[in-house]
Design a protein around this ligand. Sequence first.
Ligand SMILES: *Cc1c(COP(=O)(O)O)cnc(C)c1O
Length: 401
Amino acid sequence: MNPQRLYDYLHGRAQSGSADIQPVCAYVYDLAHLRRRADILRCSLPAQCQLFYAIKANSDEPVLKTLLNHTDGFEVASLGEIQRVRAVDSAVPIVFGGPGKSDIELEGALDQRIMLIHVESEHQLRRLDWIAQCRHEVADVLLRVNPAHVPQEATLHMGGQATQFGIEEAQIPDLLRLIQILPGVRLKGLHIHAISNNLDPDTHLALIAHYFDLAEAWQRHYGLKFDWLNVGGGIGVNYADPGSSFDWENFCAGLSALIAARQPEFRIVFECGRFLAADCGCYMSEVIDVKTTYGKHFAILRGGSHHFRLPVSWQHNHPFIILERESWPYPFPRPAVHDAPVTLCGELCTPKDILARDVRIKQLRAGDCVAFLLAGAYGWHISHHDFLSHLHPERVFLDNC
Ligand SMILES: *Cc1c(COP(=O)(O)O)cnc(C)c1O
């Protein structure tokens, strides 16, 4: 991923007259980088593991097509996401999670030959069983567990505390008994996705060892044999320091040792979103104006949180680099900030539209471009695009650039 090259491409194209001369505002995705990344991550996993892609991070068709033969399958959380995957391939393995699956979605999952449905409550289990029985089918399921204990280092928590996700650990035994007598569902194992954006491989390894404990104890106690343990996603990227990310090599070495020591018979599935896709996209936005108000410097961007909600959602300063533009078309001075903290704002009429606050820069001028890094996951797809009816950003998918 080389933002300068991507910017040169955009800018060169604008100058060659093949696009309107609008201020630069674009998501640029590097599909070759995404493909390489998936290969590297998948190759270092122990043989007993599979890597699925959680498409909610970025469900654009070029991204799904790129990952199709470079991951083991896709994790989805709605019928719409199932359809997005099936539009790309009619047979690729899909696993289906989400706390609020409607009957229509469960029917759709059966229609679309979902490999595993992750069941998140007793009622969901009974509804799926009912629907499958009416169709004279049997649905393969994993029970989604909300474990009683998870480490608290990560940014978001779906488990280890009261949340809407999955089934409380203490209620699992009852469901393991119930599932045996429901003819429309077949238990294939467990699913546990409890944290998001964890940066520490040791914590993540300890978490997985704990999931092994839970799975093995229930297998033994209820005479079961799980085929799958889905350990979720939740592996993080470091927005505060993009250069230092989760040490995947080290993690995989630890995981190999853990598997060698414990010899679990089930296969292990990772369903990563952020860790796969974040680094493959950046959001580029031209500086429209620069001003100083009550002693603080502000740069106003063509774009903002309606295109890229992640920094506001997570209340962080999003990492960026500045791409300089030397040409200045006006016959009057160019507004600029030098050697000072600047706040990067969007074009919306709300004081919340801030992508980075008080970040010291060497120089930033109107007409320069800011490239926000790690914007390939949970960027465009979580944003409220039409608030204020500004133009959408361009969305550019490059391969082999
Ligand atoms: C969102 C989600 C993921 C992906 O999480 P990342 O933090 O992006 O890796 C995986 N599994 C489930 C059930 C999810 O909801």
